[in-house]
Design a protein around this ligand. Structure first.
Ligand code: AMP
Length: 448
């Protein structure tokens, strides 16, 4: 495996990356002054047809990193009539993403980058939760680029709306999530339908070890680029210890005192979202909720409203944790800690994007102390514990934390019972045929 790291020098202008005039013109329109580090390092390799594993912070310009070379390749193929996706329901560039909102966002970005091809390159997004008919209609006559969530794509394939036999480039955005348990079967089924010879690009802010091992069998001599962008320093992380039962009042106090333009608050369950919104309303704070039980229409409206700055406080589950690009979001707050340390990085990455200043706050009570330490350890961060003035933590909190941890240990399954405490795992997880199988995301509650 070739490996480029942060130490690699990178080109300072888009011109030098080998991009063609219609793309360069668009980057000028968009006032992108220079490539981000991941763009500078990865675009030449992708243009050269190499497989890629790219690890970079969220908000570091990953979409353009795959979209620009993909558009350039498709344009070249069209000029030389190498592939024709339009003589049947075929697709040349397939991008798989974990959530509906990300599918829409990535497709919109690609269409934007493709403006100067004057409609010659077709991009379609397909995802669940909405009627399939319009998507079937959009796929009629094939498409050059398809951005899809796996479940809906499989449905469309089974109704012959699209075929993957001519895929030349496959992109897994939020790749660690796509290679994780919740998508195992769907991803294996999709991979089996693509040609053996193809370029594969994996992008994610986090690549836990288990996933890294799986990539070896998927990719062909990939270039590996790991950029810990300087953007990381524009995001300030803080953690506040609070008394058990006081998170809501502390949150309300923080929101009122800080007068943030907007805040994105993460909780771990759909009910938790509704409950917290209700409790904040008692403090005269209006919040909208964003979770998997809401219909797609409502989800889109809420997200658009938040992106447009019309909604000030959004309470969301982890369906909002990945990839969403909310311009100048000042603060992300972990009301509940994410179960997975990787999700911590994805959540906080909604703020401080593209070099903007950002803030990530976590509220922890004594039951969270131990789990937050694990999050810090896995993500190689250490944050000073702070308190919110007026809500100082009871002195007994440390003792309570120790007792809580001891009780947790006492309730742990006996040695030999397996990590499920002797309980059978749900059958769905067992019937995976593929070796793409890892348990690191078992806490993730809401795919798509
Ligand atoms: P992404 O990581 O792809 O979600 O991109 C994050 C944000 O950065 C998006 O709003 C992009 O439009 C923006 N962006 C991407 N590349 C650049 C660049 N080279 N210069 C300025 N902004 C960029």
């Amino acid at each position: 495996m070739s490996s480029d790291t942060t130490a690699t020098s990178f080109t300072a202008s888009f011109d030098e990356l080998g991009l063609i005039p219609p793309l360069l013109a668009r980057l000028t329109d968009l006032e992108y002054q220079q490539p981000t580090p991941i763009q500078a390092q990865a675009i030449p390799s992708v243009l050269a047809g190499r497989d890629l594993i790219a690890g970079a912070n969220t908000g570091s310009g990953k979409t353009a990193t795959f979209a620009l070379p993909l558009l350039q390749q498709i344009h070249a193929d069209k000029q030389s009539n190498v592939t024709n996706t339009r003589d049947g329901n075929y697709v040349a560039g397939l991008i798989l993403v974990p959530t509906r909102e990300l599918a829409m966002q990535v497709a919109d970005s690609i269409r934007s980058y493709a403006v100067h091809f004057n409609g010659a390159i077709k991009t379609v997004a397909v995802f669940g939760g909405v009627s399939v008919n319009a998507q079937m209609q959009a796929l009629r006559g094939g498409t050059d680029i398809l951005v899809a969530t796996p479940g809906r794509l499989l449905d469309l394939i089974s109704s012959n709306a699209i075929k993957l036999d001519r895929v030349k480039t496959l992109v897994l955005d939020e790749a660690d999530r796509m290679l994780s348990l919740g998508f195992t079967e769907e991803l294996s089924a999709l991979l089996a339908l693509t040609p053996k010879q193809k370029q594969i690009l994996l992008f994610s802010a986090t690549f836990p070890e288990q996933v890294r091992a799986l990539t070896a069998e998927l990719l062909n001599d990939p270039v590996e680029i790991q950029v810990q962008s300087a953007d990381a320093s524009t995001l300030v992380q803080r953690v506040f210890t609070v008394n058990k039962g006081e998170k809501t009042v502390v949150l309300a106090d923080l929101i009122k005192k800080n007068e943030w333009r907007q805040a994105l608050v993460f909780v771990n369950s759909k009910n938790g979202c509704e409950h917290l919104a209700y409790k904040l309303s008692k403090h005269d704070i209006t919040a909208e909720v964003f979770h998997g039980d809401k219909g797609q229409g409502a989800r889109s409206r809420v997200l658009e409203g938040f992106k447009a700055g019309e909604i000030e406080v959004l309470i969301a589950t982890d369906i909002a944790a990945r990839g969403l690009d909310i311009e100048k979001l000042p603060v992300v707050i972990n009301f509940d800690l994410p179960r997975s340390p990787a999700d911590y990085m994805h959540r906080i990455g909604r703020s401080g994007r593209a070099g903007e200043v950002g803030l990530a706050l976590s509220l922890i009570d004594y039951e969270d102390y131990h789990h937050f330490k694990i999050i810090e350890k896995k993500n190689k961060i250490w944050l000073e514990r702070e308190q919110v003035a007026g809500f100082e933590v009871d002195e007994a909190a440390d003792e309570l934390a120790a007792t809580f941890l001891a009780n947790e240990k006492a309730m742990a399954p006996p040695a030999g019972a397996g990590k499920n405490g002797g309980k059978k795992k749900p059958k769905k997880n067992l019937k995976s045929k593929s070796s793409i199988n890892t348990d690191i995301w078992s806490g993730y509650s809401e795919p798509e």
